[in-house]
Design a protein around this ligand. Structure first.
Ligand SMILES: Cc1ncc(C[n+]2csc(CCOP(=O)(O)OP(=O)(O)O)c2C)c(N)n1
Length: 347
């Protein structure tokens, strides 16, 4: 999380701009290397449950997480490792959850992606299919009733979720209530194996926004710069009373739906198109062109990241499994979710 959204500081000097890009790139790379490590652990049989990755979506996801502030609410989904890290989630929280450690935020109970820290604004997801939008709406409404202003809530979804009633009802409610909601659609061309031509018949999801009375921006989701500017602008508008904002990002999922899916249904033409550009490589090239990060600095950064992730994995591997005889089975005790309550019980 940065203290200021990218575009709310028109006077950003060159150093501040560089720092934002370098910080964003670090989160993108951290998420990519973490995803690769989790995939390797899954294939080695070290992770139970599914592993779902965000390859190809790191620029968009980072842009959202990094542009939010402390006190905001973020509802990431299964492809948002980058946004989670940028919002403040630790590598250890992710690794512990995937490896079933009772010391993780969900205490070893979660199927890997439903983790979060609600009191810190990071919501554990219920479902990937639009369910979290109305949860964010509810929190924003509660803040309004409590006369707390200035909070933004961001929710991420895929294009497949726009076919659900949950999406329609929540976006309509946010518009009617003029909630400071930023809804980010990663249009990654497939909902599991279903191509988007089987999800909607309009030429762009951006067309939905005027129908709800919502502001919209369309971005190249493989371009960090476009994503940072769009996320910063949307969050700033929502925060200053502009009502809900939609971002539609065009990109391609560069992996299967989960690590169990080889994704052989993906059209090779898409992979070779501009949608299939690897946003992490593109961002690294952008930083090199600006002389903000050379090849040896990039290699050093990657090395540091690998060490950080290896240390987290080693730590989680040393931790005991949950003891079914000594435990209650709730991941997060609901009475401890509200603000001002002590941390939920740890074993
Ligand atoms: C209500 C519900 N139906 C089905 C599923 C299974 N499911 C999980 S993700 C997914 C596809 C989602 O596609 P999309 O919204 O485009 O997001 P993407 O996976 O591309 O990020 C499906 C069918 C679910 N989690 N919840």
């Amino acid at each position: 999380m940065l203290q200021t959204a990218f575009d709310t500081e028109p006077s950003l000097d060159a150093k501040e701009e560089r720092d934002i890009y370098l910080s964003a790139f670090r989160f993108m790379l951290l998420a990519r290397v973490l995803d690769d490590k989790l995939a390797a652990l899954y294939r080695a049989g070290k992770i139970h449950g599914g592993v779902f990755l965000g390859r190809g979506q790191e620029a968009l996801s980072t842009a959202v997480g990094i542009s939010l502030r402390e006190g905001d609410v973020f509802a990431p989904l299964i492809r948002d490792a980058a946004g989670r890290l940028a919002f403040g989630e630790s590598v250890l929280d992710s690794v512990r959850t995937h490896m079933g450690s009772p010391h993780g935020p969900m205490r070893g109970r979660d199927g890997n992606v439903h983790r979060g820290r609600p009191r810190e604004g990071l919501l554990p997801m219920i479902s990937h299919l639009g369910a979290m939008i109305s949860v964010v709406n509810g929190i924003l409404l509660a803040r309004r009733f409590q006369k707390k202003s200035g909070t933004v809530g961001a929710a991420c979804i895929g294009e497949g979720a726009t076919s659900t009633g949950a999406f329609h009802e929540a976006l309509n409610q946010a518009a009617v209530e003029k909630l400071p909601l930023v809804l980010v659609i990663a249009d990654n061309q497939y909902a599991y194996s279903t191509p988007k031509s089987r999800q909607f018949a309009c030429d762009s999801l951006a067309r939905k926004a005027p129908g709800y009375g919502v502001g919209v921006q369309t971005v190249d989701g493989t371009d960090l710069s476009e994503c940072l500017k769009a996320a910063g602008a949307a969050i700033s508008r929502a925060r200053t009373g502009g009502g809900p904002q939609l971002i539609v990002a065009n990109l391609l999922r560069l992996c299967g739906h989960g690590e169990h899916d080889v994704a052989d249904y993906v059209d090779p033409k898409l992979m070779n198109s501009s949608l299939g550009r690897d946003c992490v490589k593109a961002a690294e090239e952008f930083l090199a062109r600006r002389h903000w990060l050379d090849a040896s600095q990039a290699a050093g950064l990657r090395e540091d990241i690998v060490h950080e992730i290896e240390a987290a994995v080693a730590q989680a591997q040393r931790e005991p499994a949950p003891d079914p005889f000594a435990e209650e089975w709730r991941a997060i005790a609901s009475e401890h979710l509200c603000e001002g309550q002590p941390e939920h019980r740890r074993i």
